[in-house]
Design a protein around this ligand. Structure first.
Ligand code: NAD
Length: 298
């Protein structure tokens, strides 16, 4: 077990992940630009960091869990950031979902200071973070992965090294294509059933065990039926992920037609004031096209 862990970014995901590390007996110093979750973690036994630099100076391994590429760059490379405080030989594990090319750039800056880096984005949402059942997809050196496997396993049930630095991010982007397209297809199916006068809940129960069934359907179907669009995973974050998918695909000359369409749909939902709704609210876009509202009982 590494001696001291730093944890930066205590939002929907980071807070429960940090709590699981505390529960497992790790010694934690935490920081977020918002004070309230820091206080909560301190109540549960973490030490309070005064900045990202301060956290890094007190830690052997520093985990970051912030929204996007620019936030990871600010937290790690920026003024008062992790690299200003990190000792040579320490390891940065960025678990945020960011552009793989940015992970590679941050890792190169870390290497200049003798600091190792893994990119290790996750899937499984808030429930996965709370229950420590996240899928964790990792890019980096095998020996750095091996050294941090137990730490990552404390937060997830499936921890896989998929390649060099940036490969974790590529894996996460692949994941986000599939999740977005699944939610959109589920929305179309629910709206069709509703308009046809067939109870969407019965449709859900009839097909969930067949070929169409999926983890996405299990997570988002009940939310749609409950009309619960509380995040969860915010539309704005999924829009960010698909932007990173499409930028990466453009660099690699890979056409992704369904992803491009999904990006337009998410953009329209942001204009409708849904940026902070759960991505189950993709349903609203399809409902608006048909002028139908999905509800239990059909
Ligand atoms: P969030 O917005 O709830 O939390 C992010 C936290 O980072 C906030 O508390 C914010 O104050 C903090 N932060 C931002 N910049 C910072 C900085 N420079 N220094 C210190 N703290 C900073 O987001 P989230 O839902 O927890 O998501 C975090 C990452 O995990 C994102 O990349 C997201 O795409 C990914 N993710 C989220 C989910 C989900 O279901 N929410 C699932 C899988 C992956």
């Amino acid at each position: 077990m590494p001696e001291q862990i730093g944890f930066i970014g205590l939002g929907i995901m980071g807070k429960p992940m940090a709590k699981n590390l505390l529960k497992a007996g790790y010694s934690l110093t935490v920081y977020d630009i918002v004070g309230e979750p820091v206080e909560e973690l301190v109540t549960e036994g973490a030490a309070r960091g005064s900045s990202n630099k301060d956290v890094a100076s007190k830690s052997d391994t520093i985990i970051t869990m912030v929204p996007d590429s620019a936030d990871s760059e600010a937290a790690i490379l920026g003024p008062n950031g992790v690299l200003e405080g990190a000792k040579a030989g320490s390891v940065v594990i960025d678990m945020s979902s960011i552009a793989p090319l940015v992970s590679q750039r941050i890792a190169a800056e870390c290497a200049n200071k003798g600091v190792e880096m893994l990119d290790a984005p996750v899937s499984g949402g808030e429930p996965g973070a709370i229950n420590a059942t996240l899928a964790i997809m990792v890019g980096g050196k095998q020996e750095v992965f091996d050294q941090n496997f137990d730490l990552l396993k404390t937060m997830g049930s499936n921890v896989v090294l998929t390649g060099d630095i940036g490969a974790g991010g590529i894996t996460k982007l692949a994941n986000q294509i599939i999740v977005a397209a699944n939610i959109e297809a589920l929305s179309e199916a629910m709206v069709l059933a509703q308009r046809a006068g067939v109870d969407p809940e019965k449709v859900f129960n009839a097909i969930r065990g067949g070929l169409a069934g999926s983890a996405v359907m299990e997570a988002k179907g009940p939310m749609m039926l409950d009309r619960n669009f509380r995040p969860g995973f915010r539309i704005r974050l999924h829009q960010k992920d698909l932007r990173n998918v499409l930028q990466t695909a453009q660099e690699l000359n890979v056409p992704l037609p369904a992803t491009a369409l999904m990006q337009q749909i998410l953009g329209a939902l942001v204009n409708e004031g849904e940026a902070d709704s759960d991505h189950a609210a993709i349903l609203h876009f399809i409902e608006d096209l048909a002028k139908v509202e999905v509800k239990r009982g059909g």
